[in-house]
Structure formats: C-alpha cells, structure tokens
Design a protein around this ligand. Structure first.
Ligand code: AKB
Length: 312
C-alpha cells in the first residue's frame, strides 16, 4: 500500500517547506496539506488541500478516512512568544491537537505520527551548554510546558498502546520562503529580511544571547529522516535533541556584514529576552546522530549565503 500523508498546519513556517519536500518524495496526490487558513498558490495547486482545525479530531478523522491517510504530521502550534500572551489558548491548541491525533493512532485509524517538540521544553535549571538528551527539565514558558507535557504523552501512547509516534526538539529554524510567527528565535529570520531591505535591524534580544538554530533544509531533512527510520532505530519516544549551529545576534550580524558591509544592528531587548535566557545555548544531539544517523549540512556561513542569495 502506498503511504498517504496528512500535514496539519501545512501553511506554517516548517509546514510549507515540509509539504513541498514530502510531495517531491511521495508524489503530490499522496500528501494532503491542511491548515486553518488557505495556503499560497503553490501549496493549493500542487496537491490536495483541506481547511482543517487541528483541535477538531472528528474533522481530522473525516479527512483521514476520505484519503486513506496512514501518517499524520501535526505541525500546528502556538509558538513561545504568542503563547505567553495567550497561555490558555496556547495550551488548548498545542495539547488538544496532539491528544486528538494520538487517539486516532491508538484506534488504528493511522499508523504513524510526527509531532514537533522544541528546545523550549528545557528551562533555566537545565544545563545551558551541551544540554543532554536526558536532564533536568523545568520549562518556565507555557509553550515549553506544553512541549514537555506533549513529549510525555507521546511516550505514554507509545509504551501503553504501541503508537508509533516520533518527535524532534527543534531549535530555532531559519528560512526564507515562509516567515515564522510568534517565536523567540524569529529574530534570526527577521534580521535577513531587514538586511536585504534596508541594511539595519533592531533586535529584540541582547547581543550575546546564544541560542541553538538550524537552517530549514536541515530541519526538513531531519523530520523526514526520523519518520523514514526503522521503528526499532527510534529508541527515544519522548523527543530527540537536534542540533546544528548556535550563535548570538552579534555573531549573525557579523556574518551578514561580510555580504552587506553597511549592515547595522541595534539592540532593544523586550519580553522575549527572559524566554531566550531560560533556554539552552548549545544542545547535545548525539542520540539522534547515533540512532537514526542525523547529520546537519548548514553552518552559519553557508546558511547566510543561502538566505541572502534567495532573499535578494
Ligand atoms: C520559538 O521561538 O518559540 C520556536 C521554538 C524554539 O520552538 N522557534
């Protein structure tokens, strides 16, 4: 039987590029894109698209049955900064959507689930450098709490009901096709857009705030790689640490200056600074590298070249 994939939250930052790549691999008609709103021309034209509320599990089931879906990628979520403004709404979206999809897998309507966690599942008491796969996790943001709880729900459904659910703790993801919205790491995307537009950027984090980051191509490849791995290769059923690069606003600005010598950055930390300060600076992802052969391709230099080339 051919795999048929449903992407929930296909119009978001990661969903857009993940859907495109999955359609290249599995065929346009095998990848059903869905979101609460319509996507761009390419997304709507290239293959099936459904308007879908990620918290409505009856509606998800209808689509699963309509297209005979066997894998669900649940990409819809409220990110860290917005979630701090709407804590209950964030909890409702992030948790209800996950529990609904896990139930569908438990009832054998689908065979495989992908759900993203985040570096936000760590907190200020976790080690900041080389943060291990297993360590103290006491997140202080509602987004982080929802991600940590979600990880344990995934593990529970796997252990108790045999659900094949796989997950990655994404760092900040940098891309040029679709902008992120409502995250704390979004500055590392905005900075490139501003650099090519007007050569200056006011950063909402302070100059030495180091955070784990990754170029979109690496993030999409990791996501597909973990989903295509043999089930017994997946030893962690909470979520895998995943790393590529770690840098500060000052370091990314320096890299941009190599291409745009007049580029200017100023700093005005806001409510997102304490969120960033509560997260790891450098993540240890040895388990992902060992268990399912994860390897990143993009460093800060290569990513900056790609971002500036594509945006200009
Ligand atoms: C955010 O900043 O909220 C996200 C994340 C690190 O999960 N990009």
């Amino acid at each position: 039987m051919k795999d048929t994939l449903l992407i929930i939250g296909a119009c978001g930052q990661i969903g857009t590029e993940l859907t495109q790549k999955l359609r290249e691999i599995y065929g346009n008609n095998q990848v059903i894109a869905s979101d609460i709103r319509e996507g761009n021309e390419e997304m709507m034209q290239a293959g099936p698209f459904e308007i879908l509320d990620a918290t409505d599990s009856a509606a998800i089931l209808e689509i699963v049955q309509k297209y005979k879906v066997n894998q669900v990628y649940l990409m819809a979520a409220m990110l860290s900064a917005t979630a701090e403004k709407f804590p209950h709404k964030a909890w409702q979206l992030n948790m209800t959507s996950l529990l609904g999809v896990l139930e569908l897998a438990k009832e054998k309507h689908i065979q495989q689930v992908y759900w993203p966690s985040s570096i936000a599942s760590f907190g200020p008491t976790s080690p900041k450098v080389n943060t291990p796969q297993q360590t103290i996790m006491e997140p202080t943001t509602v987004y982080g709490i929802s991600k940590l709880a979600g990880e344990h729900w995934c593990n529970y459904y796997h252990n108790r009901y045999g659900v094949d659910v796989r997950s990655i703790r994404y760092p900040g993801i940098i891309s040029w096709k679709t902008k992120p919205g409502g995250g704390t790491t979004d500055y590392a995307v905005d900075i490139y857009f501003k650099a090519v537009e007007n050569q200056s950027y006011e950063c909402f984090l302070s100059e030495n705030t180091r955070l784990p980051m990754m170029y979109m191509e690496d993030a999409v490849n990791a996501t597909i790689q973990i989903m295509q791995a043999a089930p017994d290769a997946i030893k962690t059923r909470t979520s895998y640490n995943l790393a590529a690069i770690s840098f500060t606003p000052k370091e990314i600005a320096k890299e941009i200056e190599k291409h745009i010598p007049n580029f200017n950055i100023t700093y005005k930390p806001d409510f997102r600074q304490p969120i960033a300060d509560s997260w790891p600076q450098v993540i240890d992802d040895e388990a992902a590298r060992k268990d399912w052969n994860w390897n990143h391709k993009f460093d800060l230099e290569l990513m900056t070249e790609e971002m500036l080339k594509n945006l200009s």
